[in-house]
Design a protein around this ligand. Structure first.
Ligand code: PGA
Length: 269
């Protein structure tokens, strides 16, 4: 049981986009529209821009994170970036297991679990991305896929590690496609994930922020964010446009005020 309301978290995954000038202008525009005391706002720029943006974000109360990290601590891993390096340049969060990493870089559930563990060990808050492909959804495998992805991390890191982590449900078929899960489809999977965690610890399950990702835009954000178990968004395309990203932040603040149901009792499932 936990009657603390979950604060919304709106995270911008910039992917491999931008330049120094664009990154600074985008953060400046978000800062100017704030402050957003009622929401956590996180930007995840490409690695080279994190250090450059750290003073801008920290003075405005925004959060900053990386899009990936190495499962290793240090050493001969050319091209990799460690959790400690991310912390060193001011990051507090890191995406783990984004579907583009799983798909284009062959990251298995085991690799993702190792990255989650490395992030937590470095003092970063991992944002664990899970979600099914279109074929998997059509075959009725959504819950099996998502539970395997969550369970791989649970069995390696334990439920306590989720006490300082975020989960993002991102149906692969909705990422960058303009297709968006309906609020009912998304809520169902979010509730499933929370119940899965609640089997191990209902308090942690009740407190963890579970984000929806996949073509979230100002036009669909309110309906998604109003759902009981949807605590924020992981935004790709719309996070590159300050006005759209800010509109989604505002939608999260408006909906969190009304959703008393978000003061969660997580039922084990
Ligand atoms: P999208 O990306 O908002 O462009 O669909 C979301 C993501 O990949 O995190």
């Amino acid at each position: 049981m936990n009657d603390m309301p979950r604060k919304p978290l709106i995270a911008g995954n910039w992917k491999m986009n931008g330049s120094v000038a664009m990154a600074e202008a985008l953060v400046d525009a978000i800062v100017e529209a704030g402050p957003f005391a009622a929401a956590d706002v996180l930007v995840m720029p490409p690695f080279p821009y994190i250090d450059r943006l750290r003073s801008r974000v920290s003075s405005a109360g925004l959060l900053i994170g990386g899009q990936d990290l190495s499962p290793h601590e240090s050493g001969a891993y050319t091209g990799e970036v460690s959790g400690a390096m991310l912390v060193d340049v001011g990051a507090g969060y890191v995406l783990v297991g984004h579907s583009e990493r799983r798909q284009y870089h062959g990251e298995s559930d085991d690799v993702v679990a190792a990255k989650f563990e490395a992030a937590a060990a470095a003092g970063l808050k991992p944002v664990l991305c899970v979600g099914e492909s279109r074929e998997q959804r059509e075959a009725g495998q959504t819950e099996a896929v998502v539970s395997a992805q969550v369970d791989a991390v649970l069995s390696r890191c334990g439920i306590a590690a989720f006490g300082d982590a975020v989960v993002a449900y991102e149906p692969v078929w909705a990422i960058g496609t303009g297709l968006v899960a309906t609020p009912e489809q998304a809520q169902q999977v979010h509730a499933f994930i929370r119940a899965r965690l609640a089997r191990h610890d209902a308090t942690i399950a009740g407190r963890i922020q579970i984000l929806y990702g996949g073509s979230m835009k100002p036009q669909n954000a309110s309906d998604l964010l109003a759902c009981e178990d949807i605590d924020g968004g992981l935004i790709g395309g719309a996070s590159l446009k300050a006005d759209e990203f800010v509109a989604i932040i505002m939608a999260s603040i408006m909906t969190s005020g009304t959703a008393s149901a978000k003061q969660s009792d997580a039922a084990p499932g």
